[in-house]
Design a binder for this molecule. Structure first.
Ligand code: SF4
Length: 97
């Protein structure tokens, strides 16, 4: 079984209460350099960062695992990322098994 399939299967066990009215993470690509962009594309365990056909950074916050990896990547560049936890009763609910 491929690694990607195993991870996707485990991620599919989680449940998400998406807050449609509040983005708890917003990426500001205009404050990032190419190395930071590349790191974001590689580091997110849920694969939520991607580039659209025009090469613009896309973040699908709805599947966020709240791990904080992207926050660490962008910590050296103020304004690159607005990061917070989802509001109460929203976000990821981990399920194991
Ligand atoms: S906090 Fe973790 S899961 Fe959420 S977007 Fe950042 S890297 Fe991805």
């Amino acid at each position: 079984m491929e690694y990607k399939t195993v991870v996707d299967d485990k991620l599919a066990l989680n449940r998400f209460a998406v807050d449609e009215h509040h983005r708890h993470i917003t990426a500001h690509a205009e404050h990032m350099d190419q190395n930071m962009l590349n790191a974001l594309l590689a580091v997110c365990p849920a694969g939520l960062y991607s580039l659209n056909p025009q090469g613009q950074l896309i973040l699908e916050y709805a599947g966020c695992l709240e791990c904080g990896s992207c926050r660490i990547i962008c910590a050296s560049r103020p304004g690159a990322l607005t990061w917070g936890y989802p509001r109460a009763t929203k976000g990821v609910f981990y399920r194991y098994g």
